[in-house]
Design a protein around this ligand. Structure first.
Ligand code: ACO
Length: 429
C-alpha cells in the first residue's frame, strides 16, 4: 500500500526514519532525528537561495512556472488584467474574494481619501540630495512614515493591521510621486480625492502649476494594468524579505521599507531599469548579435530574461507586450521596442537561452512603456514598489495570522576555524 511518508536511511549510522509527506513537502526539522550521537545537532538541509525550500503555506498567489501560469486567489492573471482594476485586485489579494460593489466603492474611497501624507514629508524630501535615487528616497520615506504611526507596532491587533495596510497602499504612491518631484525640482502635489488611484498618482507625478494632469484614458488604464501585473508574485526575494522582517514582529512600515530595499536590486525589481539601460547601450538592432555573444561569454546578463520560477514565457510579459502596442498608439512608438523585440527573437532561437529555459520576464517590456509614458528610468522600480505594496502586505497579514510561523532564523553550515587562543598584536606574524 503506498503511504504518504518518506523513508530515509542514514548510511553513517544505519538508522532509518519514516517522515510524513504533506502537500508534497517534508518538514526539514524531521531530519534532525538523524544524528551521529547524542551531542550531534542532527541533519539540516543546505539550500542557498532557497531553491527548494517552502517557507510558508500560502493561499494568495499560485504560479506554475513550467506552464507559465499565474493566478491571484485562483483568478487567472489574464482575466484580471483584462477585466479588473488595481484596487479591486488589491482587495482580492488581501481578502481572498472579489469585492461586492458596495465593498469596492468603500475601499476605493477609503484609499483615495487617505493618500495625503504629513506636511513634514516636504522638508524630509528636500533634505535629500537633488539627484538622490528615488528608490533610496522611497525606502527612507516609507520607514519614516512608520514613525507617524506608533500603534502600528501592535501587529497582533487586527484593526490596527487593517488601518496600516490601508495607509501604506494609499500613501506609497504619494511618497513615490514626491520622490520624482524632488528629483525634478518641482513643487509637491498632493492627492485629489476626485481622481482614481492611478489617476491620482499620475496627477501627483505630472501636474504642472495649478492645472490638473489629465492622462489619456489608454495610458491611465495601461498603468493600472501594469500595477495589476506587479501586485503579487508569491515568495520572491522582496516578499520573503517582508516575511523575514515581519517575523520579528516589526511594524509593517519598516517591513515594507525593507522589502522595497530587496526589490531595488537589479536581479529583482531593479531589472526594469537595467533593461532600459541595456537597450540604450545596444542602441540598434545591428548590435544585438555582438551583445548576445558577450552575454554567452559571461560578460553580463540579458536583463529582463530568466526567472527562478518561470521556465516558460512569463504570462505577465505577454500582457505587457500587448499593452505596449496600445500605449504606443497614443504616445508614438518607443524606438527601443524594436531593439527589445529583435533581442527577444534572437534569444529565443539561441541554443544558450533555449537550454537554460530563459524567456522574457515581466520587466523585459515594462520599461519601454514607462519610458513612453514619460517616467524617467530611475522611477521604474518605484512603480513596481507602488504596485507590489499590496502583495507584501497580504503576505505579511498571512504570516502574522499563521500559527505555524516563527521568527525566521536559518541555520548555517559552519566551516570556519575551530577554537584558538587570542594572540597579542605584537606576537602576530
Ligand atoms: N542572461 C544570461 N544568462 C542567464 C540569465 C540571463 N538573464 N539568467 C540566467 N542565466 C543563466 C545563468 O548564467 C546560468 O547559466 P549556467 O547554468 O551556465 O551557469 C543559468 O542561466 C541559470 O541561472 P541562475 O542564475 O542559476 O538562475 P536563478 O534562478 O538563480 O536566477 C534570475 C534567476 C536572477 C532572475 C536570473 O535569470 C537573472 O539574473 N535574470 C536577469 C535579471 C532579471 O531580469 N531579473 C528580474 C527577474 S523578474 C523579477 O524579479 C521581477
Amino acid at each position: 500500500m503506498p503511504s504518504d511518508t518518506l523513508t530515509i536511511t542514514d548510511n553513517r549510522t544505519g538508522k532509518t526514519i519514516e517522515v510524513p509527506i504533506e502537500h508534497g513537502t517534508v518538514r526539514a526539522t524531521d531530519l534532525r532525528q538523524l544524528r551521529l550521537d547524542a551531542q550531534d545537532f542532527g541533519i539540516i538541509t543546505y539550500d542557498p537561495g532557497y531553491m527548494n525550500t517552502g517557507s510558508c503555506r500560502s493561499r494568495i498567489t499560485f504560479i506554475d512556472g513550467d506552464q507559465g501560469i499565474l493566478r491571484y486567489r485562483g483568478y487567472p492573471i489574464e482575466q484580471l488584467a483584462e477585466e479588473s482594476t488595481h484596487l479591486e485586485c488589491s482587495w482580492l489579494i488581501l481578502n481572498g474574494e472579489l469585492p461586492v460593489r458596495s465593498d469596492l466603492t468603500a475601499w476605493e474611497n477609503d484609499i483615495v481619501n487617505n493618500m495625503a501624507v504629513n506636511e513634514a514629508f516636504k522638508p524630509f524630501f528636500n533634505s535629500l540630495w537633488h539627484d538622490a535615487h528615488p528608490m533610496g528616497m522611497l525606502q527612507a520615506a516609507i520607514a519614516a512614515l512608520g514613525t507617524f504611526h506608533a500603534p502600528s507596532k501592535k501587529v497582533h491587533d487586527r484593526g490596527e493591521r487593517a488601518k496600516h495596510i490601508r495607509n501604506l497602499i494609499a500613501q506609497v504612491p504619494t511618497l513615490a510621486a514626491y520622490a520624482y518631484r524632488h528629483n525634478a525640482g518641482l513643487p509637491f502635489v498632493g492627492p485629489d480625492s476626485m481622481l482614481s488611484y492611478t489617476g491620482n498618482f499620475l496627477n501627483m507625478m505630472f501636474s504642472r502649476g495649478d492645472t490638473r494632469h489629465r492622462p489619456h484614458q489608454v495610458l491611465e488604464r495601461a498603468l493600472d494594468i501594469l500595477f495589476i501585473l506587479h501586485a503579487d508574485h508569491e515568495q520572491n526575494c522582496s516578499t520573503s524579505t517582508m516575511r523575514m522582517v515581519g517575523s520579528a514582529q516589526t511594524d509593517p512600515y519598516a517591513a515594507v521599507s525593507a522589502a522595497s530595499a530587496a526589490l531595488y536590486g537589479p536581479l529583482h525589481g531593479g531589472a526594469n531599469e537595467a533593461v532600459l539601460t541595456m537597450l540604450r547601450e545596444i542602441g540598434n538592432k545591428e548590435n544585438i548579435p555582438e551583445f548576445i555573444k558577450g552575454v554567452k561569454e559571461g560578460q553580463g546578463r540579458l536583463m529582463g530574461f530568466g526567472h527562478r520560477v518561470y521556465k516558460n514565457y512569463d504570462p505577465r510579459a505577454r500582457i505587457v507586450k500587448k499593452c505596449a502596442e496600445e500605449v504606443f498608439e497614443v504616445t508614438g512608438r518607443n524606438p527601443l521596442i524594436e531593439v527589445a523585440a529583435e533581442l527577444e527573437r534572437i534569444a529565443l532561437e539561441d541554443e544558450y537561452f533555449i537550454r537554460r529555459k530563459l524567456y522574457p520576464n515581466v520587466d523585459f517590456y515594462s520599461g519601454v512603456i514607462y519610458e513612453a509614458m514619460g517616467f524617467p528610468t530611475e522611477m521604474f522600480t518605484v512603480l513596481f514598489a507602488v504596485a507590489r505594496t499590496v502583495g507584501w502586505l497580504a503576505q505579511w497579514e498571512e504570516l502574522i495570522t499563521d500559527s505555524d510561523q516563527k521568527i525566521a532564523r536559518p541555520r548555517q553550515v559552519y566551516l570556519g576555524e575551530e577554537i584558538r587562543d587570542y594572540v597579542a598584536i605584537d606576537k602576530r606574524d
